[in-house]
Write a protein of this length. Structure first.
Lengths: 368, 517
C-alpha cells in the first residue's frame, strides 16, 4: 500500500513523538527569529496606523490606473487613490509630510499628470485613521479572550490542554507577525484582521485535534497499557487526514486569491492580506499537531498517574530486557496506527485481546 | 427517523430559500465598504473663535477625531475612516449616498457646555403691558455684557424683564456671554427657555458618562481631575448649591446647572451638593431611553472644539461623495479568485468524498445563503459594511466551515475501519463528530462575542463575521448534514456501493495483515 493510500484510509504510521524532536527545534528557531526580527526591525506599519501625507488636485479626466502609473514612478505605487466629489483627486501615502523632497516629487508627478503647476497640487499631513484607542481596545479584548478561552478549555477538558492550546495560538501569531517583520511587509488593518482570523482558526483546529485525543485517552483499548504519548500518537495518526484535507480546503481559496488575484490580475491590495492568511493557515494546522500536541503530552507525562504508568512500563521492559516501545507494541499489536478506539460514544466493553485488532462488533438489528 | 430527517432537510432548505427570496424582494443588499464602493465624506473645519483663550492645538483635533470615531462606532458597525488632515477633520462613511444622512451620523459639531441657570422663561418672548395697559411696549433689548470674574463666571443681570428677552442666535451663543436658549421636548417643540450665565466649563472637562439604575434611571458623569474638570465644576456647583447671584435659587431652593449642546438645553438639573470631587450623579425621573441619551450626549458630545456647520453653505465645512479606494479591477480580481478557489474546493471535495463531498458543498451553499441574507439585512439596518478584508474573511470561512463535514466523514471512515457496518456508522458517527464540531465552534463563538463586545472599529466587524460563520456552521451541520447522513443510511444501493460516498468497502478498510494475526 502506498503512503498516500495509507493516508487516505487513516492507516498512517507516522511516529509523531519522533517528529516532534525535530519540529520543536524548528518551531523554537522560527519563534526566536520572529522575536529577534520584531525587536530589531519592528513592523512596517501602514498609513492607517502611522499617518502620512495627503495630496489633492483637481483632475476631471484622469483614471485611477493613470494615477497609479504616475505614482509608481515616484515609488508610491501602494498609495490610496480616491476621487472626491467627482473630479478632485486625493492621494494618500505613507510619507512623512516633513520629508520635503519626497513630498515635492509626488506633487510634481501629480501636477504633470493633471497638466497643472505644482502650486495647484495641495498637500497636508494626515493622521492615523486606526487610532491608538482601537489598538488599546483590541489588546484588552484579546487578553480577556485568552482568559475566557483558557477557562472554557479547562472546564471542558483540563488546564493542561488550555495551556497547550494557547501556547500553540501564541506560536502561530508570533511566527506570522515575525514573517511580516522579517520581510518588512506592510501591516494594514486588513492584515490585523488576517492575524485575528488566524488566531481563531488555529484555536479551532487545535480543539478538533484535542477532542480526538481525548476520545482515545478515554476509550482506547490501550488505556493503562501504553503511555499517554503513545495513545496520543495513535489519535494524531487518525486525525492526520482530516487536518490535511481541512488545510487544503482552507488554503485553496487563499492560494487562488494570491495567484490569480495578485499575479495574474495585478491587485496589489489582495496580496498583503492573502500572504498573512496563507502563512497563518499553514502554521495553524502545523501547530495543532506539532506544538499543541507535544506541549499537552509533555504536561500530561508529568502528571503523577502517568509517571506511575511509565514507571510500570519501564519496569516491565527492563525485566524483559526490551524497550518501553516494544512493551507497548505488544499491547498495541504490530501496527500503532490501527484505530483501536470505537469513535462513537459507546465505550469498548470487552477487554481487547493483545496482539489482535478489535474484532468487529456483532451487528445489531436496530438501535433503540 | 427517516421522516424526521426529511422534515429537517425540507425545513432548512425552505428556510434558506424563503429568506433569500424575502431578502431579494425587499431589496436588501450587502453594504459595501469605503474601500469597495466609496461613500460620503464630511469635512469639518474648526470654528475660528477669536474669544477662545488658547489656540486650537493638534491635541484638540486628535481628541475630536477619536470622539467622532467613538460616536460612529456607537451607532453600528459601519467602518468609517476618520482622520485629521492638517487642521481639518475628515470623516468618510461607507455606502451612503445621502449627504444629509452622513452629516446626521457625524452628529453634533458643537461644543458641550455647562452653564448656570439664571431664570426659566416662557417658550415665546412677550412683554407685560405697561402702566396704561398698552401692550405695544418694545421687547426688552440687549443682554448686558457680563462682568466676568477670574473663574469665568458672572452674576445674573438685574433690572430686565426676562420674559421679554429674545432667544439667542447661534452667533450670540458664546461661552462668555449671557444667552437665552430653548429647552425642547421629544418632538422638538420648545417647552421653555432658560436664561443662562457664562461659564468656562465645556465637554472637554468630562472624562466619561454612563447611565445606570439606582431606584431610578440616573446618569453618572465623571469629570477629569484638576482645574480643567472637577475643580471648575465645583466652582459652579457651590454657587448653585448656595443659590447666589451667579446661580440664583429656583423653586427647589437651589440653583440649577444647564447642559447645553448646539444651542439647546439638554437638561438642567438642580445642584444638590456643594462639592462633587468630579463624580456627578444626574437624576430626574428619566426613562431608560432618556438616561441613555443624556449619557450619550455627555460622552460623545464632548467635542473639545467647535466645528463650522457643514449644512451651512457659507462655512468651510462640507460634505461630498467619495469614490472607492480600491479600484474596480481589484474587486473583480477578488471575485474571480474567489470563484476559482471555490471551484477548486468543489473538485477536491467531490474527488475525495464523492457523494459526501457533494453534500458538503450543498451544506456550504445553505450556510452561505443564510450568511448573505444576514449580512444584507445587517447592512440595511445596522450599516454593517463589507470591506475587502471582510469579503476575504468570508472566503476563508468557506474552508473552515467545510471542516465540520471533513471531521464527520473521517469519523465515518474510522468507524467503518473498526468494522462497524456502514449503515450504523452513518448514524452513530454524527453525534460524536458533532460534539467535536460544537466544542471547537463554541470556542470561536466565545472569541467573537468578546472581541465584538470589547473592541472597536474593524476588529468589531471581524468579530461579527466570525460569530456568524461559527453559528451558521453549526446550523448547517445539524440541520442539513445530519438528515442527509440519515437519509443515505436508508439507501440500499449506497450501502452496497460505499465507493460512491468515498468510503472503502469493508474488505479494503481492514488491512489483511491485521486479521491474519
Amino acid at each position: 500500500m502506498s503512503r498516500l493510500q495509507r493516508l487516505l484510509r487513516n492507516q498512517t504510521k507516522v511516529d509523531f513523538p519522533e517528529l516532534w524532536k525535530t519540529t520543536l527545534k524548528v518551531s523554537a528557531a522560527l519563534v526566536l527569529i520572529s522575536v529577534v526580527a520584531l525587536l530589531v526591525r519592528g513592523v512596517n506599519l501602514g498609513i492607517e496606523f502611522e499617518g502620512g501625507t495627503v495630496w489633492e488636485a483637481s483632475a476631471p479626466d484622469v483614471s485611477t490606473a493613470d494615477v497609479r502609473d504616475a505614482l509608481r514612478g515616484v515609488g508610491q505605487a501602494d498609495a490610496k487613490i480616491q476621487f472626491v466629489g467627482g473630479d478632485v483627486l486625493r492621494v494618500r501615502a505613507e510619507l512623512d509630510a516633513t520629508d520635503a523632497t519626497s513630498v515635492a516629487e509626488v506633487s510634481l508627478a501629480l501636477a504633470n499628470l493633471t497638466g497643472q503647476t505644482v502650486d495647484d497640487v495641495s498637500f497636508n499631513s494626515i493622521s492615523a485613521s486606526w487610532g491608538n484607542e482601537i489598538t488599546d481596545k483590541a489588546i484588552r479584548a484579546l487578553i480577556v479572550f485568552f482568559i475566557v478561552v483558557a477557562i472554557y478549555i479547562t472546564l471542558t477538558q483540563e488546564w493542561r490542554m488550555a495551556l497547550a492550546a494557547l501556547v500553540a495560538v501564541a506560536h502561530d501569531i508570533v511566527i506570522t507577525v515575525g514573517i511580516y517583520s522579517l520581510f518588512q511587509l506592510e501591516v494594514t488593518p486588513a492584515t490585523v484582521i488576517a492575524f485575528l482570523t488566524i488566531m481563531g482558526y488555529s484555536l479551532y483546529d487545535t480543539l478538533v485535534v484535542f477532542d480526538k485525543n481525548r476520545d482515545y485517552q478515554r476509550r482506547s483499548a490501550l488505556v493503562g497499557r501504553a503511555t499517554y504519548t503513545r495513545i496520543m500518537n495513535t489519535a494524531l495518526n487518525t486525525v492526520l487526514l482530516r487536518s490535511v484535507n481541512t488545510t487544503i480546503t482552507s488554503v485553496l481559496p487563499v492560494l487562488s486569491m494570491l495567484i490569480i488575484g495578485t499575479l495574474v490580475l495585478g491587485a496589489v491590495t489582495l496580496a498583503e492580506f492573502a500572504v498573512a492568511l496563507l502563512i497563518g493557515l499553514l502554521v495553524g494546522t502545523y501547530s495543532s499537531l506539532f506544538v499543541a500536541a507535544p506541549a499537552a503530552a509533555w504536561l500530561k507525562e508529568r502528571q503523577p498517574e502517568f509517571v506511575e504508568l511509565r514507571d510500570r512500563l519501564e519496569a516491565r521492559a527492563q525485566s524483559r530486557g526490551t524497550s518501553v516501545h516494544e512493551v507497548e507494541d505488544v499491547a498495541v499489536g504490530p501496527s500503532p496506527s490501527r484505530p483501536a478506539a470505537p469513535s462513537s460514544d459507546r465505550p469498548a466493553r470487552r477487554p481487547p485481546q493483545a496482539g489482535t485488532a478489535i474484532p468487529p462488533r456483532p451487528r445489531k438489528r436496530k438501535r433503540r | 427517523m427517516s421522516r424526521r430527517s426529511l422534515v429537517s432537510l425540507v425545513f432548512i432548505l425552505a428556510l434558506a430559500a424563503g429568506l433569500l427570496a424575502a431578502s431579494l424582494a425587499v431589496g436588501n443588499r450587502p453594504l459595501l465598504g469605503l474601500d469597495l464602493k466609496g461613500g460620503v465624506e464630511v469635512v469639518l473645519v474648526p470654528e475660528d473663535d477669536p474669544d477662545r483663550p488658547v489656540a486650537i492645538t493638534q491635541g484638540d483635533l486628535d481628541t475630536a477625531v477619536s470622539i467622532i470615531r467613538d460616536r460612529i462606532d456607537g451607532l453600528g458597525v459601519a467602518e468609517p475612516d476618520v482622520t485629521r488632515q492638517g487642521r481639518r477633520v475628515v470623516v468618510q462613511l461607507p455606502g451612503i449616498s445621502d449627504q444629509q444622512r452622513a452629516i446626521d451620523i457625524v452628529g453634533q459639531t458643537a461644543e458641550l457646555r455647562f452653564r448656570p441657570v439664571c431664570a426659566e422663561l416662557f417658550a415665546e418672548p412677550f412683554a407685560l403691558p405697561d402702566a396704561e395697559g398698552n401692550a405695544e411696549v418694545p421687547l426688552a433689548p440687549q443682554l448686558p455684557d457680563p462682568a466676568l470674574d477670574v473663574r469665568g463666571l458672572a452674576p445674573c443681570p438685574t433690572g430686565i424683564d426676562y420674559n421679554s428677552l429674545e432667544t439667542s442666535t447661534s452667533a450670540e451663543d458664546e461661552l462668555n456671554r449671557f444667552v437665552v436658549l430653548p429647552q425642547r421636548d421629544a418632538n422638538g417643540e420648545v417647552t421653555s427657555r432658560l436664561l443662562l450665565g457664562p461659564s468656562a466649563l465645556t465637554g472637554a472637562g468630562l472624562s466619561g458618562a454612563d447611565s445606570s439604575y439606582r431606584n431610578e434611571f440616573v446618569v453618572d458623569a465623571t469629570f477629569k481631575g484638576g482645574d480643567d474638570g472637577a475643580n471648575k465644576f465645583d466652582e459652579i456647583a457651590i454657587e448653585c448649591f448656595s443659590g447666589t447671584a451667579y446661580c440664583p435659587p429656583g423653586a427647589e431652593g437651589r440653583g440649577r446647572l444647564a447642559i447645553v449642546v448646539d444651542g439647546n438645553v439638554r437638561s438642567a438639573p438642580v445642584v444638590n451638593a456643594a462639592n462633587f470631587d468630579g463624580q456627578v450623579v444626574i437624576s430626574g425621573r428619566f426613562s431608560e431611553q432618556e438616561a441613555d441619551d443624556l449619557a450619550l450626549v455627555l460622552r460623545y458630545g464632548a467635542l473639545p472644539i467647535e466645528f463650522q456647520d457643514p449644512t451651512d453653505p457659507q462655512s468651510d465645512s462640507t460634505s461630498r461623495a467619495v469614490s472607492a479606494t480600491i479600484g474596480g479591477d481589484s474587486l473583480r480580481a477578488g471575485v474571480i479568485a474567489g470563484i476559482v478557489g471555490l471551484a477548486l474546493v468543489f473538485l477536491f471535495m467531490v474527488g475525495m468524498y464523492r457523494l459526501l463531498g457533494l453534500i458538503a458543498m450543498l451544506s456550504l451553499g445553505v450556510s452561505a445563503t443564510l450568511l448573505w441574507v444576514i449580512v444584507a439585512w445587517l447592512g440595511e439596518t445596522q450599516d454593517l459594511a463589507l470591506t475587502l478584508a471582510g469579503v476575504t474573511g468570508l472566503i476563508v470561512s468557506i474552508g473552515v466551515s467545510l471542516d465540520s463535514n471533513v471531521v464527520y466523514f473521517e469519523h465515518l471512515k474510522e468507524d467503518v475501519a473498526t468494522g462497524r457496518a456502514l449503515r450504523s456508522s452513518l448514524e452513530l458517527s454524527f453525534p460524536a463528530a458533532f460534539r467535536t464540531i460544537f466544542r471547537a465552534n463554541f470556542a470561536s463563538l466565545i472569541a467573537a462575542v468578546i472581541l465584538y463586545w470589547l473592541s472597536a472599529g474593524s476588529v468589531r466587524g471581524f468579530a461579527l463575521m466570525l460569530g456568524l460563520a461559527s453559528v451558521l456552521d453549526l446550523v448547517a451541520t445539524y440541520f442539513f448534514l445530519r438528515p442527509c447522513a440519515q437519509l443515505m443510511s436508508r439507501s440500499p444501493s449506497l450501502m452496497a456501493h460505499p465507493h460512491r460516498i468515498g468510503l472503502p468497502t469493508r474488505e479494503e478498510a481492514i488491512p489483511a495483515g491485521a486479521e491474519a494475526s
